[in-house]
Design a binder for this molecule. Sequence first.
Ligand SMILES: [Zn+2]
Length: 132
Amino acid sequence: MNAQCPCQRCGRTISFERETLTAQNRIVTCPSCGQETMLFVAAPIAVPAPPVIPQGLPPAYSLKDYEGFYRSSDEKSIGGVCAGLAHKWNMNRSGIQIGFILLGLFFIIGVIMYIACWAAFKSLPTRGVRIS
Ligand SMILES: [Zn+2]
């Protein structure tokens, strides 16, 4: 394994094989300034691996929890349904909200119009009837 160490005399970097470094041959001649310098490598510090959160999932939740439909508990406007769907389908939340609003709007209007028409129109047979 290649290691690097700054020269103690000129400060330039000296590359060397880490495996060749022993207590006896630490003194080398710097290729840059030609003076003797001591090589040293920092002992590898055992860094504990950071906890792995798969898929960026919050702790205590697994991918299985996100199968099927769900509503958001932390990004909600009303019930979190739109935020949940937006999250599931990787869509814009306000787009889904507008979709829901339009659907509700037209559905209600449609129902009211149908009832109004049913009340206002007279009933006539139409099967096989040609009027023009
Ligand atoms: Zn040097």
